[in-house]
Write a protein that binds this ligand. Structure first.
Ligand code: MOS
Length: 723
């Protein structure tokens, strides 16, 4: 199995992340954050800070760095700091101090006295539900509420009333922080009118676009670099506040500026996964066939209403075969930090609700939960006549059940000494998407090739995938291919997000490679060339004709050429009119709940996935393991606690729980590999995000199996399981 090309650099500390870049004369910026959740900044007394040692600049709404609101074509507008005195959440960036050293900047920032005209703040999801609003249209343009009803059925309520078996429940999920290992940070350098920003981000070309718009500079004079990214998970899709401020301050001061958030600042000065409340009703026949699904969702959102977690749209709309489905999405504007995409936005918290409800229906029907899911397996999303391009979910459940020992499960669980042991399962789905991407392939006279696209490898393994797919499409060995990523000067690779990068960049490689091979053969057969006038072909890195062959490097050298390059671009297209596309999976989980302490341990997990062709088995497995652990984390650990003041009670890695090695025991992953060439020529569908989908429900369902207690919120705590 190929290893990660960047692995040795990362584990030996030699990988240089954005903040690891240093320049002569570099100075340091430190952010000041608000300490109220709603109001207006009345005054900022900076006298003490100004005279503190080493201070070079103090920026605030009273003395701002000019920044415009950029509109990133993919994600919409990105908020920029310091442009007005309004405070809409606790921990909002309201100031930036630049000094000769990091410590001087931080110390001076502590001396700034801020006074506010405070206004009442709404920070509680529970209270906010009363004033919820319809969410804006979903990403695909569909309205927040929609339904599909069988002919003759008037309403979803009628369909539920006509169902012999009905289960209903209200589920809720906590707000989560991405908690990437690398805090949001940037180093900005202006040189002869050219800005270079080194900052971990999910798409270097998008970051350059945002920075140029925010600074009102030509795109040509902005260069964004992110060769390594220490985790993103949706939380680095947009340009970060430190990147905007470092770039603007570097321009104002004429010095390179480094700015990094502290871990505590990451919790509020970036963006989080929203909290959700979801009401689900399922109606079924006595044989388990679903008759009706109703799924109403509420998502927290900041006061600018910039992001809503699409839980029902991401799950109930498409997951099961049913005649009647009605979904709605509402948002609850609160005085909370920005919300944004986080791994499987919609599907992750949505599947906790839907897959818990399906488990409840199985209990009500006294039916095996896998059998219930298989009975309602769909060939196409409800109300659509576009069939899934390639779906082997049944096989995932069959293989998973056999490997996990599902046959030994009883509806009451079992005991092992003082431990109550339960098994749970859940479906996982994540849409198979592609974004536009352009890749440049260069053949070099030393018989190596370069595959370059701006994009980013946020830790997913895209760098290695570029070399593997480049090698395959050029018919040479991967060690001859140098992948280049994370630099806005390469052709636009778009965003590493939505589990799309392999399919997007891979398809562009499949288009670029034949073109460059074609150009090479034309060159080799051109007048004066080694194969002049012959009908030559290409294989195995060589041009061949009439029993003679030369490597592409030999051809280039013979022609006095250093290299030959071409680009290939791909974008989603006609396939969308022919099929529906999704990755699929079956999640399994065993929990042990202590009879007396009610502590929950996850002792075994297995995920079996259908994600098309697997390009790099090791990286794919790692992605899925990480996602499954994240699902356990959502189920049992993570949750931002917001005080009435709007302050996060646990806004650091001491109070915000994530699992450690001791929390995770056996994790097993298996792929059924059916290349999906209806989706793209590589045959690979996304697998970055699906690993987390369904896992929280599998844990909750296992807890129910072990204890008989149904917990309809996550994280599940000991208190939830006390008698
Ligand atoms: Mo992302 S939410 O990791 O595309």
């Amino acid at each position: 199995m190929p290893s990660r090309m960047d692995g040795p650099l990362k584990v030996t500390g030699r990988a240089r992340y954005g903040v690891d870049h240093n320049f002569p004369g570099m100075v340091y910026g430190y952010l000041v954050l608000s300490t109220i959740a709603h109001g207006e900044i009345a005054a900022m007394d900076v006298t003490g800070a100004k005279s503190a040692p080493g201070v070079l600049g103090i920026y605030s709404p009273f003395d701002p760095l000019p920044l415009r609101t950029p509109n990133n074509t993919m994600l919409g507008e990105t908020w920029v700091p310091l442009q007005n005195k309004e405070v809409t959440y606790y921990g909002q960036p309201i100031g930036f101090v630049v000094a000769e050293t990091f410590e001087q900047a931080r110390d001076a920032a502590m001396l700034i006295q801020v006074s506010y005209h405070a206004r009442p703040a709404l920070t509680s999801m529970e209270e906010g539900l009363a004033t919820a609003e319809d969410a804006p249209p979903a990403m695909d343009g569909s309205p927040p509420s929609l339904s599909v009803l069988a002919s003759g059925v008037e309403s979803i309520e009628d369909a539920l009333a006509a169902s012999p078996v009905v289960v209903e429940g209200t589920y809720s999920t906590a707000s989560q922080n991405h908690a990437a290992m690398e805090p949001h940070s940037a180093v900005a350098v202006w040189e002869s009118g050219l800005l270079t920003v080194y900052s971990g981000n999910q798409g270097s070309d998008l970051q350059a676009l945002e920075l140029s718009a925010a600074l009102d500079e030509d795109l040509a004079s902005v260069h964004a670099v992110n060769p390594f990214v220490g985790g993103a998970f949706g939380g680095k899709g947009r340009t970060s506040v430190p990147a905007f401020l470092a770039a603007a301050a570097a321009r104002a001061l004429g010095r390179p500026v480094k700015a990094a958030l502290s871990r505590e600042q990451v919790f509020t000065a970036t963006a989080n996964r929203p909290a959700t409340v979801q009401k689900i009703a399922l109606g079924a026949d006595t044989d388990g066939s679903l008759i009706a699904i109703r799924h109403d969702s509420w998502s927290s959102t900041p006061m600018d209403r910039s992001f809503v977690e699409p839980t029902s749209h991401g799950t109930s709309r498409e997951w099961y075969s049913t005649q009647n489905v009605a979904i709605s999405q509402k948002m609850v504007p609160l005085n909370i930090p920005p919300t944004t995409f986080m791994r499987a936005p919609g599907e992750a918290p949505g599947s906790f609700a839907l897959e818990s409800a399906i488990d409840e229906l199985a209990v009500a029907l006294n039916m095996d939960p896998i059998e219930l899911r298989q009975r309602n397996n769909s060939a196409a999303p409800p109300g659509k006549d576009l069939q899934w391009s390639s779906k082997h979910l049944d096989e995932c459940f069959r293989i998973g059940a056999a490997r996990f020992g599902w046959a030994e499960r009883t509806p009451e669980g079992r005991t092992d000494g003082d431990w109550l042991v339960g098994l749970g399962t859940a479906t996982a789905m994540f849409p198979a998407l592609r974004f536009p991407a352009t890749v440049e392939i260069t053949l070099r006279d030393d018989d190596t090739a370069v595959v370059a696209t701006s994009g980013a490898d946020p830790g997913t393994g895209l760098l290695t995938v570029l070399s593997l797919l480049g090698a395959e499409s050029l018919d040479i060995s991967p060690d001859k291919v140098t992948p280049r990523l994370g630099d806005s000067s390469y052709p636009a690779g778009g965003m590493s997000g939505g589990s799309t990068a392999t399919a997007s960049a891979g398809t562009a490689i499949m288009i670029a490679a034949p073109k460059v091979i074609d150009d090479l053969v034309k060159l080799a057969t051109s007048p004066g060339a080694p194969f002049e006038g012959v009908d030559a072909s290409y294989a195995d890195g060589r041009v061949l004709a009439g029993g003679r062959s030369m490597t592409f490097g030999e051809v280039l050298r013979a022609m006095g050429r250093e290299s030959i390059s071409t680009t290939g671009s791909s974008a989603p297209g006609e396939e969308l009119t022919k099929h529906s596309f999704s990755s699929f999976g079956a999640q399994f989980c065993e929990v042990r709940v202590h009879r007396l302490t009610r502590e929950v341990r996850v002792s075994r997990m297995l995920g079996v996935f259908d994600a098309g062709r697997i390009i790099n088995a090791k990286a794919a497995r790692s992605q899925i393991i990480g996602g499954m652990i994240w699902g356990v984390s959502a189920a049992l650990h993570e949750g931002l606690e917001i005080e009435a003041s709007g302050r996060f009670a646990n806004g650091d890695l001491a109070g915000y729980l994530v699992p450690v090695n001791a929390d995770i025991q056996e994790v097993d992953v298996h792929f059924v590999e059916y290349p999906d060439t209806l989706h793209n020529s590589v045959g690979a569908r996304g697998l970055g995000e699906i690993g987390t989908v369904g896992m929280a429900a599998a844990v909750a369902n296992a807890v129910h199996n072990a204890t008989g207690v149904r917990v309809r919120h996550i994280p599940i705590t000991i208190e939830d399981l006390l008698d």
